[in-house]
Write a protein that binds this ligand. Structure first.
Ligand code: ATP
Length: 470
């Protein structure tokens, strides 16, 4: 699907002007590294470092909490990445999960047609017209070379199942998690005894051989999705569910700290809709490189269960005892990316402030998303009793949350380091603590400090986390 047109002058500013700020922070502090870097890297695959894996796990937990834990009508699923190859024929992916690819005749670089400069604002129909490259006078952005006519490039990765390499053994790495929920509809329905409307939620890896990946972790070839399929009565119930899910999904990003002004909704034009979709609206975020999709909400009608029922011969109908009717449920899908969401929270949390003539970098992450919830710091690492008390406090806190101990610099520097990785609270043990059994809690955002009894630290952190959650 094409990305959004460029940003006009009246647009809102991104939270961070230059993406490199986030890329270098990610590398320096251990959020995200290029994959296989010592071999020169592999395009569009990224590895999550010690802090990145915490952030991404927290994002996935926050999604699971709001989709499953806080509701009674959605259940979880973890389907395999490899599926029966017929699934992808029936879903339409083998025939049409493709992007228009053009190639430069001189440097042989390949581009996605709708991402070339000069195609902004064109409709899907215009992009499909014959001779579009000549008509728009499109040339290679690298060397001005002649570009080929577009051809459809299928984005699915293929591999072979078992010790044979014949065509009959071809399987695909799933390009979305949704199909796992459709083919398990009957199993989930029978085992969970859910009544319509109900949902199946999944988090898992997906793979797409993207033509032009880029913008750091925005578009990768291996990534993770957080998708929920909501099964409803046919027709108007799907419209109603769609209208409920769309604002809820936008609100989820706001709940975890994204500035409302940097979120917007964009409805797909009729000629842009995927074959399965009756209606599609994207939640978009103002990234440093423009407004881009964060999540899609789709009314998929009976396309999926209808086609799978027909192709497999399985009965995927739902029986409603109230009306004595059998029918194929319709589906409203919310399709988000775990990497894209984590990336968004990272960007939107970043700020630089002037404090007493120095620049303070703060990641104002929601406490629930922050990699470390609390850092325990000694004012004097030479005093054995202070270090011991710190270690005890950290171990006590670690029963509930991820807590870290650090004594590798002076206290001012230790605070700045925790600010930069988003740790919401620092607990400092000083010489007086040994006398009065009290320590200082410092708040990342306000930098205010409060003295509390050692025995109350664990509860104080739990209370602050609960308050942030509420
Ligand atoms: P695009 O138009 O950006 O190619 P799409 O409309 O094909 O994306 P969906 O199929 O709706 O995307 O996927 C749902 C979500 O999965 C997206 O909103 C995004 O958050 C995430 N996602 C999709 N493709 C990628 C990718 N290549 N890298 C990272 N996340 C992705």
């Amino acid at each position: 699907m094409p990305d959004s047109p460029p940003i006009d002058a009246g647009d809102v500013a991104p939270a961070v002007a230059d993406l490199d700020t986030i890329v270098s922070l990610s590398k320096r502090r251990g959020f995200i590294f290029p994959s296989s870097e010592i071999y020169g890297g592999i395009n569009a695959v990224w590895d999550y470092g010690p802090l990145g894996v915490e952030l991404k796990n927290n994002v996935k937990r926050a999604w699971w909490r709001s989709m499953i834990q806080e509701r009674t009508d959605i259940v979880g699923l973890d389907a395999g990445i490899l599926m029966h190859p017929e699934v992808w024929v029936t879903s339409g992916h083998v025939a049409s999960f493709s992007d228009p690819l053009v190639e430069c005749a001189s440097c042989h670089r390949r581009y996605r047609l709708d991402e070339l400069p000069g195609t902004e604002g064109l409709s899907a129909t215009e992009l499909r017209e014959d001779g579009v490259v000549e008509r728009l006078k499109l040339v290679c952005p690298n060397d001005g070379g002649r570009l080929s006519a577009p051809r459809r490039f299928n984005l699915m990765f293929k591999t072979h199942m078992g010790p044979v390499e014949e065509d009959a053994a071809i399987v695909y790495l799933r390009p979305e998690t949704a199909q796992g929920s459709y083919v398990n509809f009957k199993n989930v329905l029978a085992s969970s005894r859910k009544k319509l409307p109900f949902g199946i939620a999944q988090i898992g890896k997906s793979f797409r051989n993207e033509i032009s990946p880029g913008n750091f972790v925005f578009r990768m070839r291996e990534f993770e999705q957080m998708e929920m399929q909501y099964f409803v009565h046919p027709g108007d119930a799907a419209r109603v569910a769609f209208n409920e899910w769309l604002p809820m999904r936008r609100a989820w990003y706001e709940r975890y700290g994204v500035a409302p002004g940097r979120l917007r909704l964009r409805e797909h034009a009729p000629d842009e809709l995927a074959p399965y979709a009756k209606k599609a609206v994207d939640v978009e975020y103002r990234f440093p490189f423009g407004w881009k999709e964060l999540e899609g909400v789709h009314n998929r009608g009976d396309f999926d269960l209808g086609n799978h029922a027909q192709a497999s011969g399985a009965n995927l109908e739902y029986f409603d005892p109230a009306t004595d009717e059998h029918f194929i449920p319709w589906i409203v899908e919310t399709a988000a990316g775990a990497d894209r969401a984590a990336f968004t929270f990272l960007i939107d949390a970043y700020r630089e402030e002037q404090v007493r003539g120095e620049t303070r970098v703060v990641l104002g992450l929601h406490p629930e998303l922050a990699p470390y919830k609390v850092a325990v710091l000694p004012l004097l690492k030479k005093r054995r009793e202070i270090v011991e008390l710190c270690q005890q406090l950290r171990a006590d806190l670690a029963r509930d949350v991820l807590a870290v101990y650090d004594d590798t610099a002076a206290i001012g520097k230790l605070y700045r380091r925790q600010d930069e990785i988003g740790t919401p609270w620092c607990v400092t043990v000083d010489v007086e603590s040994l006398e009065d059994r009290a320590v200082t809690i410092r708040d990342r955002d306000t930098m205010t400090q409060e003295r509390i009894p050692v025995e109350g630290v664990r509860q104080a952190i739990a209370d602050r986390l609960a308050a942030a959650r509420a």
